[in-house]
Design a binder for this molecule. Structure first.
Ligand code: PEP
Ligand code: MG
Length: 580
């Protein structure tokens, strides 16, 4: 038995078998072959291509059955590349003229494509080479007998371990098979962890050494409550964790029973509690957990795992599906927030030195106004069907906000001319997640209908701590006095301008912070669906006056640790059992 400790990234306990994903390149050697061996080498190439196509086809049908058709574009693209005659004819020519073995020849073909693509000016086309690389690595692995990094199908028992698991990876997992994840890097607020929580998949991040291939296939426990990963547990440990798992699931089940009660304080003050979602199928879960709408719909997942942007119609259909899943409740749609740790592989230039400070979110949208307008039009069209708000990520000041509003006006004008209906009074909001937006809150608040604080990024940018860096996780402090002052300032600016102050970062879903956020005056909190019942339970047990006193009290301390101690002491006086 070996116990590893990491960061508890998504709650729950998963017990299964470890599948270690190793993304190294296939090990291929090049050698010359005698002329009489040429037909044999060519037949090996053909056989490997057929085997790879069969693998992809079966992966495609498994995914279609388990996660729906929405995210299969990447496989379609890979099948198209595989069917390209030039790939075969060029490789065959190298085998014939150079008398080179099939693997060596295929590697040379890949090198040639890499050279060709690197000379292309258009960054979008240049990045397409990654699809070609993936397909050729697959064929090479098949030729040299290395298995492609793919899940064994253990029907609901697979726990994936990798050095890094990206949001795009997690979307591709067959969720009837993969029940937990663990990675060597990453943090609690990285987007992979956020998705794991959305899918109620226990996860532990930042576990050094967990992706060692020697662990592949071994029994494992991923404890997303304590942050432990235990490989080959002994009988006692196994039984203890099964009990912990049962207890956790029992408490979750009990909490659900009260999920439908009103979201209001003990003295009857309402507070909006909503869900954060990434995919339309999560809408039902928000309602089941007692959410009164969606406060953050992260649209970027629709743009992942594919080689071209979704067009307006496809976006419309997706947003429509989300809207009807939560109707008649309101839906806040956030425009594309790609970049940072949410790279759109194959679509965008992704080699920035500093992605978190680079071409991400609204900057990226403004950099491709035609694509951006498609998204704005699709959202506007949904607003004619039900209550929809629109929100812009990573606004840094008035320049980008006014540009965004200009494009929104253009999209509205186009729809008006076409006679396409939309809500002309659609509410717009900015995400406050860059310190400059906090400081300029008085100006920004005059231009919009609401603020929504993205604490995940606000903490990252205020404290200069990468939210995905497991080594600095202890310094990523939501209760840091500088963060608290920003949170207070944001509400003051919002309320002075008569607009709502909402908060949709991961802080919203931690019950410990509820009294603080309520006491500061936030009007709405939006969180992962599974967090809603616990947060609502605390809300219903506290008066607003008491919350205000607690929030004020937090400002008496100089360090996050002191604030945390204070909050825990205050809350556990009479509502301790809520933290079971
Ligand atoms: C945030 O930054 O807090 C937020 C809600 O957005 P995201 O996590 O998608 O960056
Ligand atoms: Mg953010």
């Amino acid at each position: 038995m070996r116990t590893f400790t990491g960061i508890a990234a998504s709650p729950g306990i998963a017990v299964g078998r470890l599948c270690v994903i190793d993304r190294r390149r296939a090990t291929v050697s090049e050698y010359t072959v005698p002329p009489e061996a040429v037909p044999f080498e060519i037949s090996r190439l053909h056989a490997a291509i057929i085997a790879t196509r069969d693998d992809l086809e079966s992966l495609k049908s498994r995914l279609a059955a388990s996660t729906g058709e929405d995210h299969l574009f990447f496989i379609e693209t890979h099948l198209l590349i595989l069917a390209d005659e030039r790939l075969v004819s060029e490789t065959v020519a190298i085998i014939e003229t150079g008398l080179i073995n099939a693997e060596g020849a295929l590697r040379r073909t890949l090198n040639r494509y890499q050279d060709l693509f690197s000379n292309i000016d258009d960054p979008y086309l240049r990045e397409r080479v990654s699809d070609v690389e993936t397909v050729i690595e697959r064929i090479l692995r098949s030729m040299v007998g290395e298995i492609h990094a793919e899940m064994p199908h253990n029907a609901g028992q697979t726990i994936v371990a990798a050095h890094d698991i990206t949001p795009a990876d997690i979307l591709q997992f067959d969720r009837t098979n993969v029940i937990g994840i663990t990675s060597e890097i990453g943090g609690r607020t990285s987007h992979t962890s956020i998705l794991a929580r959305a899918f109620e998949m226990p996860a532990v991040a930042g576990v050094e050494g967990i992706a060692d291939p020697q662990f592949d296939g071994l029994p494992v426990i991923v404890d997303g409550l304590s942050g432990h990963v235990i490989i080959s547990p002994d009988v006692q440990t196994f039984q203890d964790h099964l009990k912990r798992k049962q207890h956790y699931e029992y408490v979750e089940f009990e909490l659900l029973k009260n999920a439908g009660l009103p979201a209001e304080t003990l003295d009857g003050h309402p507070m909006l509690l909503k869900g954060n979602v990434e995919l339309p199928e999560e809408g039902a879960s928000v309602l089941k957990h007692g959410g009164s709408g969606v406060g953050l719909y992260r649209t970027e997942m629709l743009f992942m795992n594919r080689s071209a942007m979704p067009d307006e119609e496809e976006q419309y259909n997706s947003y429509r599906a989300m809207q009807s899943a939560i109707a008649p409740h309101p839906l806040t749609i956030r425009t594309l927030d790609a970049g940072g740790d949410k790279l759109l592989e194959g679509m965008l230039h992704c080699c920035e030195q500093n992605p978190a400070l680079g071409m991400r979110a609204v900057r990226l949208s403004l950099n491709m106004p035609l694509e951006f307008k498609k998204q704005l039009r699709a959202i506007l069209r949904i607003s004619s069907i039900g209550p929809v708000k629109i929100m812009f990520p990573m606004i840094s000041g008035m320049d980008d906000l006014l540009q965004v509003k200009g494009l929104l006006d253009q999209a509205k004008q186009e729809l008006t001319v076409e006679g396409t209906p939309f809500d002309s009074a659609i509410q717009i909001g900015v995400m406050v997640e860059i310190p400059s937006a906090v400081i300029l809150g008085d100006l920004l608040s005059r231009e919009v209908d609401f603020f929504s604080v993205g604490t995940n990024d606000l903490i990252q940018y205020s404290l200069a701590i990468d939210r995905s860096n497991e080594q600095l996780a202890h310094m990523y402090q939501p209760l840091h006095p500088a963060v608290l002052r920003s949170l207070r300032q944001i509400v003051l600016h919002a309320h002075a301008a008569g607009i709502d102050a909402c908060l949709c970062g991961e802080m919203a879903g931690d019950p410990l912070y509820l009294p603080l956020l309520l006491g500061l005056g936030y009007d709405e909190l939006s969180m992962s669906a599974a967090s809603l019942p616990r947060v609502k339970r605390i809300l219903r047990r506290i008066t607003r006056e008491r919350a205000t006193r607690i929030a004020d009290g937090c400002f008496a301390f100089a360090t996050a640790a002191e604030v945390e101690m204070f909050l825990k002491r205050e809350i556990t006086l009479d509502i301790a059992e809520s933290f079971d």
